[in-house]
Design a protein around this ligand. Structure first.
Ligand SMILES: [Zn+2]
Length: 140
């Protein structure tokens, strides 16, 4: 059972180290979109990619989640509420044009880093293309 604060957990640190080693730069624990009002763990503003590293316990991972026996009902509501809020955050960000990547704390950080790197590169490539199209129509 994971009861520590969700920031700077070791799976997140491992992921950050791997991304940094790949030359990817991000902001930590910021709101990707002001209007959405929720923070992501890693934010790639240019590429519009938001990464969340979710603790298995607090975010009700289907593989490791177990409902506590005391106050079971209260916990169930609480944890299901967290999971519903996650889905809602994803939907809002995607509507605002963000790519959302959710990484479980049980995921292999190397695989997670690969997923993030692919998304960031894909978004950056698309932006370069969009910019060169723009430049072409501007006659520059
Ligand atoms: Zn898990």
């Amino acid at each position: 059972m994971q009861r520590q604060p969700r920031r700077d957990t070791s799976p997140e640190l491992a992921l950050r180290r791997l991304l940094h080693a790949r030359g990817l730069r991000y902001r930590l624990d910021v709101r990707p979109e002001r209007a959405v009002g929720r923070r992501a763990d890693l934010v790639f503003s240019g590429a519009r990619v938001a990464v969340f590293v979710d603790g298995c316990y607090w975010h009700a991972c289907p593989r490791h989640c177990s409902w506590p026996r005391t106050n079971a009902e209260w916990w169930r509501d609480k944890l299901e509420g967290n999971a519903a809020r996650d889905r809602d955050t994803d939907a809002r960000l995607m509507k605002a044009g963000w790519t959302v990547i959710r990484v479980w704390e049980h995921d292999d950080p190397r695989e997670a880093a690969e997923r993030v790197a692919i998304a960031v590169r894909a978004a950056s490539a698309w932006q370069c293309f969009a910019m060169s199209e723009e430049a072409a129509t501007d006659g520059r």
